[in-house]
Unconditional design. Structure first.
Length: 135
């Protein structure tokens, strides 16, 4: 995978796992202690995936979690309304960011960094960056 190659080019021996988020469990993943979990435009593909995926990730006891995911906007600017319509039309995830915010406010996770709509080739599906750790 590309991520594995990038790691090797930088002298880092990465272990890369693929996962089907439609499954009930994060299957076959035996993470080392203090692992870093990175998702990119994966969770956003599964409608309704929010609290449950955060709980599953927390159960793996990672050191840090980095989610680069397209999210449903909280605002109602013209572009946000267009993004919302696009997400609803394509049945993409609408709850992940709400779950991140809820878990942060409740103290279940420590939200280290958040930047909405940080990158994206498609203006109607920009990705937001969330960096967090379980508490």
């Amino acid at each position: 995978s590309l991520l594995k190659k990038i790691g090797l080019l930088n002298g880092i021996d990465l272990t890369v796992f693929e996962n089907d988020f439609h499954q009930d469990v994060i299957a076959g993943i035996d993470l080392p202690e203090d692992a870093i979990i990175f998702t990119s435009l994966a969770i956003c593909e599964v409608p309704g995936l929010g609290d449950d995926i955060i709980d599953k990730i927390i159960s793996l006891k990672p050191k840090i979690v980095i989610n680069l995911e397209a999210t449903y906007p909280n605002n109602n600017t013209l572009i946000d309304l267009l993004i919302k319509k696009y997400i609803v039309h394509n049945d993409y995830n609408r709850v992940f960011q709400k779950s991140i915010d809820k878990y942060s406010k409740s103290g279940r996770i420590k939200l280290l960094y958040k930047h909405e709509h940080i990158i994206g080739r498609n203006p109607l599906r920009p990705a937001s960056l969330f960096v967090w750790s379980p508490r």
